[in-house]
Design a protein around this ligand. Structure first.
Ligand SMILES: *Cc1c(COP(=O)(O)O)cnc(C)c1O
Length: 227
């Protein structure tokens, strides 16, 4: 079932869009099954769970951290991840950079955009993100590289609402990339800022239509989570 679900999603993804298999709360056996089906990118949202699963699975897996990250959990995480999706403050980005440098690493990070209607969602508003990127403070952080943005749409059945939120994220992503390219004609940083991470089990088709480069899918692949 896991293999079939992955194959089906991959057959529907346009070229250049990558699948992050969201494996939180699922046992390593389920991840191994996905791995055997060719899946190499896995997304987890708890540091302890990610660091526990990591050593039990093949080394060529790319681990993405997709959850809300607390600064005191950064240190055990940095050595294991290839991409952190949800950077929601300058403070957190500083901490990731500090811990990455201590480990001799540079970690790719996405800025989390707050585009949903719910007040509980974390992240920068589009305006805050533009202000932050234009401030240029992130350029001093040598342990991280800004690799784009991520967002979550409102938890609703209203397709038009979801689409408008994804569209706002995509538009903001372009604005941020242009701002990076314009400041100091920084082509390298603008190229690095390439990812738009959006879309989950119920809304990834819309996210892809609106330009997602990474979709984060759990339930459709692994079934309901057992909390
Ligand atoms: C859990 C989670 C997902 C996957 O959600 P599904 O509905 O199971 O596909 C995607 N993104 C984030 C940030 C998550 O926490």
């Amino acid at each position: 079932m896991i293999a079939e679900a992955i194959q089906k999603i991959k057959s529907e993804l346009p070229e250049g869009v990558q699948l992050v298999a969201v494996s939180k709360f699922h046992p390593v056996e389920a991840l191994a099954e996905a791995y055997a089906a060719g899946q190499r990118i896995f997304g987890e949202s708890h540091v302890q769970e990610l660091t526990a699963k990591c050593p039990l699975l093949p080394a060529d897996i790319e681990w993405h951290f997709i959850g809300h990250l607390q600064t005191n959990k950064v240190k055990p995480l940095v050595a294991h991840v290839s991409l952190i999706h949800a950077i929601d403050s300058d403070h957190l980005l500083h901490e990731v950079s500090k811990q990455a440098l201590r480990a001799g690493l540079r970690v790719d990070c996405l800025l989390q955009l707050h585009v949903a209607q719910e007040e509980t969602k974390f992240g920068f508003t589009p305006g805050e993100a533009i202000e932050y990127v234009e401030s240029g403070v992130w350029r001093q952080l040598e342990g991280v590289r800004l690799a784009g943005v991520m967002c979550m749409a409102s938890n609703t059945d209203d397709v038009r609402q979801i689409r408008s939120e994804f569209r706002l994220a995509a538009q903001t992503h372009r604005q941020l990339r242009d701002a990076i390219a314009a400041s100091a004609a920084d082509d390298e940083a603008a190229c690095a800022f390439r990812h738009l991470s959006m879309g989950m089990s119920h809304d990834w088709h819309i996210a892809v239509e609106e330009g997602a480069t990474l979709v984060r899918i759990g339930t459709t692949i692994f079934g309901e989570r057992q909390y």
